[in-house]
Each structure stands twice: as structure tokens, then as C-alpha cells.
Design a protein around this ligand. Sequence first.
Ligand code: TEU
Ligand code: CA
Length: 557
Amino acid sequence: MKRYWWKEAVIYQIYPRSFNDSNGDGIGDLRGIIEKVDYLHDLGIDAVWINPVYQSPNEDNGYDISDYYQIMDEFGTMQDWQELIDCLHAKGIRLIMDMVVNHTSDEHSWFVESRSSKDSPYRDYYIWRPNKENNEPCNWLSYFGGSVWEHDQVTDEYYLHLFSKKQADLNWDNQKVRDNIYDMMKCWLDKGVDGLRMDVINLISKNREFPDVVTNKQYDWGMPHYVNGPKVHDYIREMNREVFSKYDMVTMGECPSTGIEEGIKYIDPARKELDMLINFELMDVDFGPQGRWDISDWNLVDFKKIVRKWQNSLDGRGWNALYLMSHDQTRTVSRFGDDEQYRRESAKMLLTLLLTLQGTPVIYQGDEIGMTNPNFESISEYKDKETIQVYEYEVSQGVDPKRMLQIVKYRSRDNSRTPMQWDSSSNAGFTEGTPWIKVNSNYTEINVENEIQDANSILNYLKKLLVIRKEEKTLVYGNYFEFFQEDPQLYCYLREYEGTKVVVVMNFSRDTASFVPISELRGKKCSVLMSNCINCSFISIENMNLLPYQVMVLKIL
Ligand code: TEU
Ligand code: CA
């Protein structure tokens, strides 16, 4: 398997709005990130992915771009951006920018022109449909609730928006749109950007018949007609020819609702499309039948089945981005661990899972200190437009507001967007002003400063784990074989590469678990590469009782 820097890298995801505020306006910014470059370097990560920092009215916190060539006013200036990339590069850290090209803000000049007249040269930059007796052109539903069609008075037509109505979908069937986007990408790559995270890149090609969906699931939404659409691979191959192939860079394609066989089409090196896939199957493990806003309990057997399927299917065929949370998800330790009694142990165990699988791990800001979901008590504390619009839509459809608030508490993206907790000073050291969103009240206990001081902290555990992953290429390139697949507590897999074998054993529960090793492992002498519970360098694998959330990474000697 060919080796690349981005296969061996660990990426740290920064949500700039909530990372560090340098000027006291309560909003994180680029100079705030510059202040923390030494922290990132000391952590030992190799690359940073920052969420969109381009000019935006922030309907969707930067995922609604109004000018691809300017830095968002609240985040600073182009000079600040240039200083940030120079600081990161000086420390050997690469920068991956977020590319949102499925849609633009409705305040982008292209859209302003496009909506002005049916004869505008920009009309065909977006997807317009005639108004037939005041009915939406089809019954697809938006990710943000309600129809994907917004009626526009100016020309009495509807335009398509898969997300908010202030995020108008670009018409990728228009060569001019594609050429403009390629020029813009090259502008940022010429500035030295090392990679692009491609936002919902698998949604850019739509079925232009816009057929209604006959849906038995409220959240079918129309996906069969725009997820992995008819020309999506043609456009990404063209993007690769025109842009990616001309630079030493990496591309991470965010592809919601995409299974393995379709996903591999994006990252099979022979197809010259993208380098890495960001898929969602594991993130959907606690979806109910009605989708994202219908919660169901997840279980470890299903969790392991999804990870195993992707590990075994991609091995030798494509490369996965690995993540347990992002700015669109909820805090890892609250969702998949225990954010109360066993917060430390489970946070360490989950970070160990993330860093001992095949693929490129992405650590989301705050997970290195085991940040948890906040306990917001009212919908008024939420800022995320998706959360608010879905809440309002569901309540308008008759869902009990109390029930909907419980669902929001579990699912809202704001769970991941509360300010980074740097220390126990006011607002967790994030800002000297009023934070744009409430700081989690547990910041006096959970913060970077406390973690740095504590030798047994999650942060210091992660630093060691990052060194182990760098030293042990088996953890990067090795294959994956899983034991005890149907066990509801134990998670145990073998990684093997060039004759080296590493076993990972986890008790993914808050109860003790008895571990009876299979014959292949029994009696093997091992060096303990990492553990959150045992303090010895060598063990031989025998029957043992694992403590709650105990994890061991054992190299077979
Ligand atoms: O997210 C697209 C996506 O995968 C959605 O499912 C997303 O998780 C969101 O919660 C809607 O359900 C990307 C970005 O990561 C997200 O922040 C943006 O809101 C979205 O695209 C539109 O740009
Ligand atoms: Ca600021």
C-alpha cells in the first residue's frame, strides 16, 4: 500500500468560532488560533482542518459563503490568515481548508445577480423552477426542515436549497460554475493550503427531473435524487484533473448517506477523484427509523459491525477519514462513553479506538480534554440554525415541545460548538467578552490548564498515544481482524503489518468485563504500548477482568 503523509497524519479539527477569541468580541478568530499554534504543536498533531473562514452572513456559521476570496469579518483579515498558515507551517503543521461548493449564501454576488432577472447571465448559476399554481416543484425536504424550494417574488420562481433557504444550491451542470469554483480553489492552493475538506461534495449533481419521492420515511427527503447523483463522479474527476492533480495536496470528501461500494468510487486511487472519504454510517448508529431527529439507542455490536465493515472493505482499496465527532455531531464522551463517573477512562478509551484503526484520525477540538455536552435547558440557548429550524418545524407539525427539546439536547450540533475550555478563568479563558454561545458550566473542572498539570489526564494520555501511532506503523497501515464480534461489552481487534501484530482490547462498558483470550492470543508475551488502567510494561495475555472502559494496546513480542 502506497505511503503518503496524509495517511500517517493525525488531523485536529478547529471550529474557529468556538476555539479562541483574541479581541474580546465573544467570537473565536484567526488570531485566536495563532495564539494556540504552540499548544497544537506541543499536542503532537500533524495537520489542522479549520471550518470555513470565508466571508459569510453566518446563517450556517460559515457554510453559507458570500465571498470565497475574503476572510469573514468576525474572524479577521487576509493578513491574519497568512500569518496563521505561516505559523502552522513553521511548526511543521499542515493546513486543510473547508471547501463549501454545493451551495453559496443567498448574499453571494452570483445569487444576487441570478435572482435579479430570468435573463441574468448568472441565472443558470443556480437551480430555478417555474411557479406552478404556487406549488413547490417537488416534495423533497431540506436538512433544515421544510421544503428544499424557496419561492422568490422577484421573478416568481422557486430556487433549490438542500440546506437553509439562505444557502442556494449551485448548478453544477453549468460549466461556468465549475470553472469559477476551480479558479477559486487554485487561488487558495497557490497560497500554500495543504488540503481541502469538501463539504457535501456528493450532493452536487441532482436528478434534473426533480421527481417527487414516495416516502415511507418522513426523512427520506428526496435523497435518492441528489445523493451521489448522476454526474457527481464526472464533476469530481474533472475537479481532480483541473485542480487537485496540479498540487501536492490532500482531499477529504464529506459524503453523507453513502455506503461502502459507492464510497469507494470516490477514493479508489485508480479513479483519480478524492483521497479520503468522510462517511457517516457510524454517526447514524443512533438514528431512528425517521432519521437524524429520531433517536434510538445504539449498541456496541452494531457499532463494531459498522467499524469492521469499513475497516475490512476499504483495506487496500481506499482510505478513510476516522472520526467520532465533528462540529455537526455531539461530544464523543457523552454519546459513546460515560460523561459522569468514568469520563476520563472512557474518553481515553475512545481516543485509543480512534488512533488504532486504519485511516486518518480527525480529533475534534476539546475531545483531547474530554469535553462533554452542555446541559442547555431551553431552546433559546441554542444558536445552530439547523437545530432551531428543525425544532420549530417539528413543533409546527405537532410534536410536543418538551419531547422535541429532549431530542435537541441529544442531537443538536451546538453540543460540539460550546467554547473551548482553556482554563478556569471566566468563560474558560475563551474570551474576555460575552461568548456567542454559553460556555459549558463544567469548565472550572474540565479545561486545558488542569489537564496539562495532571500527569494522568486525558490530554497527556493523548500525547503519548500520538507518539505511539507515529512509531507503530502497524496502527496506520495494518489490516484489521476482530474477535468477540457479538460480545456486547468487549471490543477486541488485531492489527497486523509486515509481521508485527498489535492487539487492542477494550471494555466498552461501565461494568467489569471478563476477558477470556482466544487460543491465538493466550499466553502471548506482549509489551503494553498504551493502557488507561494498567501500569506495567509487559504482560502475557491470560484470562483477566477488565475494569470499566479499560483499554490496552498490546504489541505481541
Ligand atoms: O454537513 C452536511 C451533513 O452531512 C449534514 O447531515 C450535517 O451533518 C447537518 O447536521 C445537517 O443534518 C455539512 C457541514 O458539515 C454542515 O456543518 C453544514 O451545515 C452542511 O454541510 C451544509 O453546508
Ligand atoms: Ca474575536
